[in-house]
Design a protein around this ligand. Structure first.
Ligand code: IMP
Ligand code: MG
Length: 181
């Protein structure tokens, strides 16, 4: 699968190292709380969420939220929608929202506002990749794994038409492979 990439930005060991550092940062930020409720935006944040939770040394509750996204294209839909919401109660809870990548900002803002309406005591965000591009919707994450150039990237949970999620590294797909299917 790696032959289909034209550039590798982060290797498996870069990712492992950064994820364990982030886990420490998050553990430190929440050290005075009894418990944190983690909400993961699936499918993209699956790999990142599992690995970061192994490095977070505080009690957690976990739930997932599913948002419609790219639908086989490498350009984001302008308006993502929540297609499956969470089951856990967030009122007066400390909540950490995890996503794979911040691109236009539409997805994270949609989910952030959706969770805010449930009156958590606090709501912080953790994003694996921060794409270097102007946001359509301004958004600043509290914890960031890596910066990435404005390219369509796959691997470590990120997909193109549901493929490439299981690549161990993060890289950009060759341009000739980026066609609607
Ligand atoms: P946004 O709504 O434009 O910020 O995009 C966020 C969502 O689009 C992410 O949760 C990803 O699922 C998807 N996405 C954005 N950029 C990429 C990319 O480069 N590769 C794969 N998926 C992406
Ligand atoms: Mg996706």
């Amino acid at each position: 699968m790696q032959e289909e990439l034209d550039n590798i930005y982060y290797t498996e060991s870069d990712i492992n190292l950064r994820v364990s550092e982030l886990g420490e940062e998050i553990t430190e930020a929440y050290k005075d709380y009894d418990e944190v409720t983690v909400i993961s935006i699936i499918n993209g944040a699956l790999y990142f969420t599992v690995d970061i939770l192994r490095n977070i040394n505080i009690p957690i509750r976990l739930d997932c939220i599913r948002v419609s996204s790219y639908r086989n294209k490498s350009q984001p839909d302008k308006k993502p929608e929540i297609i499956d919401t969470i089951r856990l109660d967030l009122k007066d809870r400390h909540v950490l929202l995890i996503d794979d990548i911040l691109d236009t900002g539409h997805t994270i803002s949609l989910v952030y506002n959706h969770l805010k309406q449930r009156h958590p005591s606090s709501l912080l965000t953790c994003i694996l990749l921060d794409k270097d591009r102007p946001r359509a919707v301004p958004f600043k994450a509290d914890f960031i794994g890596f910066k990435i150039p404005d390219k369509f990237v796959v691997g470590y949970g990120l997909d193109y038409a549901e493929r490439y999620r299981n690549l161990p590294c993060i890289g950009s797909l060759k341009t000739e492979l980026l066609n609607p299917i």
